[in-house]
Write a protein that binds this ligand. Sequence first.
Ligand code: ZN
Length: 496
Amino acid sequence: MPTALDALKSRLFDVNALNAAMAMLDWDQQTYMPKGGASARAEHSSLLARMAHEAFVSEETQRALEEAAKEAEPGTDEAAIVRNTQRNMKLRTKFPAELVARKSKLSAEGHEAWVTARANNDFQTFAPILAELFEITKEEANLLGYENHIYDALIDMYEEGATHAQCQAIFDEIRGPIVQLVKDIKESPNQPDDSFLYGEWPNDKQREFTEWLLKQIGFDLDRGRQDTAPHPFCTGWSVGDIRLTTRFKDYLPSALFGTLHEAGHGMYEQGSPMAWDRTPLAGGVSLGVHESQSRLWENIVGRSEAFITWMLPTLGSYFPALADTDPKTMYCATNKVEPSFIRVEADEVTYNLHVMVRFEVECAVLEGKLAVKDMPAYWNSKYEEYLGITPRTDSEGCLQDVHWSMGSIGYFPTYTMGNLLSYQFWNCLEKDLGDTDALIARGEFRPILEWLIQKIYRHGAKYPPQELVPMVTGKPMGAADYLARLSQKYRSVYGI
Ligand code: ZN
């Protein structure tokens, strides 16, 4: 006799299949689809999106959810499926169809206006649409409801349980020490030269080497693959099929660390129990925890001296120009810190300052303290204050990110949460495993991956992040581990 939970799962499997089809169309669009496919693809994707939405919010699913909620025993996987589905249902049903349609139309127009404005360095033609997108976001926040700050409703959509006060406290804690560290680095006489990392690196060699890297660190290529895309990302449609992308540029570290970053996301996804496949419990729990895993493999493992030293002989065999490079030189070059305008190209030290500017701009607009048309001057003054540089154009200033043009407002802080959490998790891992540098130097990544699987990956989305983080680390998310380790590492790289 099928139970109410079986009925709910069966509905969720249907929704999952539609979402998987959509994800595959999207992956193809970003990797292989010829330009001519764009307009038909937009139609196909929007139909699937509508079908997935309708199947999810249907009366049948809502009834199954209500019945399953009565049946699920607290603490079980089933209860977690119910909790997860209730949360998604709330997010999906709070907005009236009229608002969803208005936002979707405005986001499409906004994206187009942003592309043109960025190409022409003309913020003011984009400003009216952006102002409207902020207004719609306020409407959404009011419908979702919040207790203390409008931002609470927005950030919670991306990082369950996170609040404005929490973000504010994090940025207040890191602002001073990071700005000071950047200043000290700038004044150091030891500035690494990374010019030898630019060159004509054959794409097929970059592909072969990054695939070798994936195998070494433990990304399972029988349950995933790597392709290329202009903007690297990780996606997938089952625990058994996780897709990564990377890109090959004349700056070789772009592929190396891009691959490690996406592999971190991918191994987190591959680490979910197979029994949870196609349920809402499979995959990562939140954007912040997800980013902690990509940053952990990219920065803490990949940019460590032990890793660089271990990787270099093989790298030299693929790229003879690097065969005689000294490990210390390579280590310092790949950890070069330099204030720059573009967030996605920022180094580990300055990265959070870029995020902080966006958070402060978003809050100022949402609180009514800043008119959207005045955003460029405000943005530029923040870059001057925190990074000591002033964007020369709005294209390299407040027009650089795609997010706001698509109506995604309130999620930048999850990048910073990921950076903080990566070190907080790593400190616990190190306590359990001992000398991680020795493991990395020998290319033994299995104990590291296994620890992450046991402590984090196998829990998928079962526990909300505010429960998972204390469960793994014994304390809520904080900045202390991140600040201490960052300062230690970069003061040593720069001899300060
Ligand atoms: Zn990422």
